[in-house]
Design a protein around this ligand. Structure first.
Ligand code: AHM
Ligand code: MG
Length: 346
């Protein structure tokens, strides 16, 4: 008898997909000398991602929208979900014995591992809920994280463990709470994306070995800041909007205002994202350690470029925890054209 499938969901596959845990474990087995510490830390980060995701999805019902009334170290209002996400990242990872120290965009100082827990060889830096101005309006937000190997000795880590160049990151990743929930990470040799299946509570491999196209067709900037930009920046964006079929112009404009969302689109489709220095924020707006450096690490692993306008982001030696940086990143050809304008070659 012939079975005819009617409309409806596809029949369930007999084999499950590759889960995030399995992916990390398989890579651990291929790494000589790996102790399992890194896999353990990743399991805790993915638990945090699931907990935050669950709250993000329920925030409107659970009364977690709106401001807490406090301001964070950047002088911005802290929203309820930010606080929740920050606490979840800390509580999910502090007891595992893999970390010697943490730092968060939401905390002025480094976050120590409580005395009652063992410490380990890694340092975790994170932006617990990026794009917080988009929380109340149902727009994509995310969590960004960066893992370094500690460089100091002793039980607890110190600030020096946090202030490392992005090029020596052990891993970086982000979780996107969008139309679907995704976790994307890199350990420097390829970028892999996992999509969350809420029906089983697991991340499954959906995007293996992501590569950013060498050229895209969109630019992503807050154009409301035009009057504060340098001449080079203004000329570059004007150039992107000119009509010229040979160079595929004009480019389309795409700006969500959540860095993780703008980054994710740029990674998948190519193009360029820029938050440059301007007359209001001469050092740029985005944070080097929690935003620019982890995303630059991921993007370079996928074949893209990330610059502060003159330097490779991953080469910048951080001087302080909450340091900001201008950020231009995306497809190789598109970023190189932007740098030509910003550096006065065009
Ligand atoms: P935050 O939500 O962690 O404070 O992040 C800052 C956000 C980024 O997600 C985004 O790229 C940028 O600020 C948007 O800034 P603006 O509103 O000035 O365009
Ligand atoms: Mg942020």
């Amino acid at each position: 008898m012939t079975v005819v499938h009617s409309w409806g969901p596809p029949p369930p596959s007999a084999m499950p997909g590759t889960t995030l845990d399995r992916h990390i474990l398989e890579r651990q087995r291929q790494t000589p000398g790996a102790t399992g510490d890194f896999s353990g830390l990743f399991q805790q980060i993915s638990l945090a991602a699931k907990l935050i995701n669950s709250r993000v999805r329920q925030a409107g019902l659970a009364g977690m929208l709106g401001l807490t009334g406090q301001t964070n170290v950047q002088g911005e209002h802290v929203q309820k979900l930010d606080e929740y996400a920050n606490n979840v990242m800390i509580r999910s990872t502090e007891a595992g014995g893999h970390l010697c120290l943490m730092a968060s965009e939401e905390d002025d100082e480094v976050i120590k591992i409580p005395e009652r827990f063992p410490t380990g060889k890694y340092v975790l830096l994170f932006d617990p809920l990026d794009g917080s101005s988009n929380i109340d309006v149902g727009v994509t937000i995310g969590t960004i994280f960066s893992v370094h190997r500690r460089v100091t000795m002793g039980r607890a880590g110190t600030l020096a463990d946090c202030l490392q160049r992005g090029s020596v990151q052990v891993a970086a990743g982000y979780v996107l709470y969008g139309s679907s929930t995704m976790l994307v990470y890199s350990t420097g040799d390829g970028v892999h994306g996992f999509t969350y299946d809420p029906s089983v509570g697991e991340f499954f491999l959906s995007h293996e070995n992501l590569r950013v196209p060498t050229q895209g067709s969109s630019y992503s900037v807050n154009e409301g800041n035009t009057s504060r930009w340098s001449d080079g920046m203004k000329r570059w964006v004007d150039w992107l909007k000119e009509e010229d079929s040979e160079t595929h112009r004009p480019y389309g404009a795409r700006y969500v205002g959540s860095l993780v969302a703008d980054f994710h689109r740029t990674l998948l489709k190519g193009g360029v994202f820029a938050y440059p220095s301007d007359s209001k924020s001469p050092a740029g707006k985005l944070r080097l350690l929690y935003e620019a450096s982890p995303l630059a690490f991921i993007l370079e692993s996928a074949g893209g470029i990330a610059s502060d306008g003159t330097r490779r982001i991953l080469d910048i030696q951080p001087k302080e925890l909450h340091e900001r940086t201008p950020l231009i990143l995306g497809s190789r050809d598109d970023v190189n054209i932007a740098l030509d304008f910003l550096q006065g070659r065009r």
